[in-house]
Write a protein that binds this ligand. Structure first.
Ligand code: ADP
Ligand code: ZN
Length: 525
């Protein structure tokens, strides 16, 4: 029995070969393993599929002391335990899905040292009885999976995780390993503070997926943009993500008319229909799933060749996870995200409506800002994506900005006109009315309010509506304007806009975003 022979392995690489049957470590793995074997508490941030489990399983196998793995999901515990047992490692697991008798048996195995690893849910560990019993065993390593659940800063806070902050006091001689796939830097600092109280390391690794081509475009005409993206991808599998169920149906219908084998997928469909769609996607070539984010969890198809977002994703983390479903086999895969002003307004609305406290809302708005900044980036997309996760790379040569560097032009004159129109109307109106003013429109709203008497009325007539929409989108993404959801989506000026109006700052803008290739019917009138 492998686990009964401490000293049988000379080091981590032996365990990797002999127990797991793998040739080499992946980036980050051996560094984390060395830290844990050396007794340094470590927070490891690695994307899903990067191979986090080995990072604690190998130290657990090499250690003479016991290891406790805290994991929130019963299904996850069962998978992990089964995989280890299949490799000849004895493990115990205690959770609510097992009978009382079985749990007692599992505990006995662990307490007697027959299993050196115990999987446990957090609420089971933090009871006085369990803590006392655990104290007699004296585990050398505590592993906290899905560690972002400990942080109120993260997207999936769990109160039962918060108690884990006391782990260090209960077991001062144990090493703590925390793992997560989704944690921005504020969340990470919070996790490390709570668990390590200033001691311990944070390692970020493996976010780079060089085979994924990254692309973002402002949404001008999604039908044309989508067809252009799908051009040459006949026979390949892919996902098109939409925000609403209704849009998945509309897009799938449209694609079918265009001869693409598209299937709509959303949580409003009967479960057998969804299962059938999934089966087709897995087994047939060239199926395009047009889906809400309900699709993808647990889908393990290695040869998904493209992912297209027709709406702005919910966050940078969500975006990363969703595009990450493509190219799991390491072969080239393409991604495209389309985003428009409506998307920005909608995401802000979601944040406002989610019923959380003000501080939480503010953080969520900031997270959305980070995504918008990524959309408007004029440098390498991969660099800005990885920078969000504190990972780094050189310019990638495989994103839209690397392949076709965007031209940046001075838009200060137009920006001043726009900001003045907003200021002169009391920062009280949304994009379409402001554009009507700039273009000298003859709407009832304009005449009723006397906005045709303003200095800026008609000042932007030479530019089509598309132009101004793109311009406002960039001004919002660049932090010059905010869309105030509490006031019906009206546009408000930020200090950066004031600086442009005062002549202290120039307004640089991506030229191509202002001159969309696909002109709308009203464009150029
Ligand atoms: P995560 O927990 O980070 O989502 P897992 O630990 O489940 O990822 O690992 C994902 C897959 O990669 C598993 O099938 C695992 O066996 C495999 N894997 C992990 N490390 C290696 C390695 N060094 N070489 C080859 N495969 C590995
Ligand atoms: Zn790049």
């Amino acid at each position: 029995d492998a686990t009964d022979a401490p000293g049988r392995f000379r080091g981590p690489l032996d365990v990797l070969h002999d127990i797991f049957g793998y040739q080499a470590f992946r980036p980050g793995q051996s560094e984390i393993i060395d830290l844990l074997c050396g007794g340094t508490s470590t927070l490891a941030v690695m994307p899903t599929g990067a191979g986090k489990s080995l990072c604690y399983q190998i130290p657990a196998i090499l250690s003479e002391r016991a290891t406790v793995v805290i994991s929130p999901l019963v299904a996850l515990i069962d998978d992990q335990a089964a995989a280890l047992r299949a490799n000849g490692v004895n493990v115990a697991a205690i959770h609510s899905g097992l009978s009382r008798e079985r749990n007692v048996e599992e505990w006995r195995d662990f307490a007697a040292g027959r299993s050196k690893l115990l999987y446990l849910s957090p609420e089971r560990l933090m009871t006085p009885r369990m803590l006392a019993a655990m104290g007699r065993i004296g585990p050398g390593l505590f592993v906290i999976d899905e560690a972002h659940c400990i942080s109120k800063w993260g997207p999936s806070f769990r109160p039962e995780y918060e108690q884990l902050a006391a782990l260090g006091q209960h077991f001062p001689n144990a090493t703590i390993a925390a793992f997560t796939a989704t944690a921005d830097s504020a969340t990470r600092v919070d996790i490390a503070d709570k668990l390590f109280h200033g001691h311990g390391r944070t390692i970020v690794h493996g976010f780079d997926r060089p085979n994924l081509q990254l692309g973002v475009q402002p949404k001008t005409n999604w039908r044309r943009q989508l067809m252009e993206f799908l051009n040459g991808k006949e026979g390949l599998s892919g996902i098109v993500y939409c925000l609403s169920r209704r849009l998945t149906e509309e897009v799938a219908d449209y694609l079918c008319e265009e001869g693409v084998k598209a299937i709509a997928y959303h949580a409003g469909q009967p479960s057998d229909q969804r299962r059938e769609s999934q089966d087709r996607f897995m087994s047939e070539d060239g199926v395009v799933m047009v889906a809400t984010i309900a699709f993808g969890m647990g889908i393990d198809k290695p040869d998904i060749r493209f992912v297209c977002h027709l709406n702005l994703p919910g966050s940078m983390e969500a975006y990363y996870q969703e595009i990450g479903r493509a190219g799991r086999d390491g072969q080239p895969a393409e991604t495209l995200m389309l985003y428009g002003l409506d998307d920005i307004r909608m995401q802000r609305q979601f944040i406002e409506n989610d019923g959380e406290d003000g501080e939480h809302k503010l953080r969520e708005h900031k997270r959305l800002d980070a995504l918008l900044a990524y959309c408007e980036a004029s440098g390498c997309r991969r660099q800005s994506l990885l920078a969000y996760f504190d990972d780094t790379t050189g310019p990638c040569g495989n994103c839209d900005n690397c392949l076709h560097p965007p031209k940046v032009v001075d838009g200060t004159g137009e920006a001043r006109a726009l900001f003045q129109a907003i200021a002169a109307t009391g920062q009280f109106f949304g994009a379409s009315h402001i554009i009507d003013i700039l273009r000298g429109g003859e709407t009832q709203k304009i005449s009723e309010r006397g906005h045709d008497k303003l200095d800026v009325f008609g000042i932007g007539k030479a530019r089509p509506k598309d132009f101004w929409q793109g311009f406002i989108r960039q001004a919002v993404s660049g932090g010059y304007l905010v869309i105030n959801i509490q006031k019906y989506g009206c546009l408000e000026l930020t200090p950066r806009a004031d600086a442009v109006m005062a002549g202290q700052e120039i307004f640089a803008i991506r030229e191509e975003a202002l001159m969309p290739r696909a002109k709308s019917k009203r464009g150029g009138e």
